[in-house]
Design a protein around this ligand. Structure first.
Ligand code: SF4
Ligand code: MG
Length: 337
């Protein structure tokens, strides 16, 4: 099992994001911004295009372990889960071990559950692969069904016999049966009705507390991410453009894109809505992103430099960083002087 030290998720362009045990890192952005890519790498569904995935400092996926500490600007992608890794990378973690430690809950439980298998068989599959006996498996599946708010006898039913919310509970049970350290939740409530969303989110929080889980929680909905996360990373066109503790991000967003996303979160106080105008325009193609800052065609605060020069990754406050020229030290000192 994992030791209880803080974890680091180094995702996308060398940006390191801390993911502590028992806590949630939220990843937010518009659909198509590439949020799922680091998540899928983490669970090993996609080979990392450059860089690699590390689990407690050990190579989990990808080649070229020596380069892992140096995922450069502009494309290298690596993800690390586990204590910060400056030391040499240990031998690769086996597929089986990785599957036990990192699990995933997908958006659509209908497509992620085999319709021809009982949910008990689906939930117990990882245990069967690990060689756990039939009787022990059934007992563990029954326990897990109760933990997610279903009944042991539900094990004999098929996915179509459940509501959307119940199916997502089944998917959660299947993810947790191996007692993972990290669960990647990729839009886990996006296909559910609002009332059911709240139930599933509350369940995820209860289970996190009960099992000490770390979540990488991905959603296009900043309201949902804010509800679930301790720390939030905002992505635009495949890059993290801001990361900050949840409360800091909501109180003092640093990147104009984050401010625009906040504008789409329902707020009770109408005077605050005016602070964050809605975002004009569509998401450009990630294959041919605009030059300079990829957000510049939609940015209300665009400057000349934004059209020519890719912004750096600047510290804005304690634990808060943004990829935006507005926070470049040169510009800030010029503005001050
Ligand atoms: Fe806007 Fe310029 Fe910042 Fe990009 S770098 S978000 S265009 S101000
Ligand atoms: Mg996605």
């Amino acid at each position: 099992m994992f030791d209880p030290t803080p974890a680091v998720l180094r995702a996308v362009d060398g940006v390191s994001l801390t993911l502590d045990r028992g806590r949630t890192l939220g990843l937010v952005g518009e659909s198509g911004c590439g949020k799922s890519t680091p998540a899928r790498m983490v669970v090993g569904l996609l080979p990392p295009s450059a860089g690699q995935v590390l689990l407690d400092g050990r190579l989990f996926a990808g080649a070229d372990a020596a380069a892992h500490g140096n995922a450069g600007e502009g494309g290298a992608t690596a993800a690390a889960i586990g204590s910060a890794t400056s030391a040499a990378v240990d031998p690769a973690i086996s597929r089986a071990e990785a599957a036990q430690l990192v699990q995933m809950v997908f958006q659509d439980p209908f497509s992620s559950l085999n319709p021809r298998r009982t949910v008990g068989a689906s939930i117990g599959e990882a245990l069967a692969v690990a060689g756990v006996s039939g009787a022990e498996r059934r007992a563990k599946v029954a326990d897990m069904l109760q933990l997610v708010g279903l009944r042991p006898e539900h094990a004999d039913r098929y996915p179509h016999e459940f509501s959307g919310g119940q199916r997502q509970r089944v998917a959660v049970a299947r993810a947790l049966i191996t007692h993972p350290a990290l669960v990647v939740c990729d839009e886990p409530v996006s296909s559910l009705d609002a009332s059911v969303q709240a139930q599933v989110l509350n369940l995820l929080r209860e289970l996190q507390e009960h099992m000490g889980l770390a979540y990488l929680f991905i959603s296009h909905d900043l309201g949902v991410v804010g509800h679930m996360s301790d720390h939030v990373a905002v992505m635009y066109l495949g890059k993290v453009v801001e990361e900050a503790p949840r409360d800091v991000l909501f109180a003092a967003p640093a990147h104009p894109y984050t401010r625009a996303l906040l504008a789409s979160v329902p707020v009770r106080d109408p005077s605050r809505r005016a602070e964050h105008p809605a975002l004009p325009g569509d998401l450009p193609s990630p294959i041919a992103p605009p030059p300079g800052c990829p957000f510049h065609p939609r940015c209300p605060q665009v400057m000349d430099v934004c059209r020519r020069q890719v912004p750096g990754w600047y510290q804005v406050a304690e634990g808060q960083h943004a990829r935006c020229h507005l926070h470049a030290p040169e510009l800030l000192s010029r503005a001050a002087g």
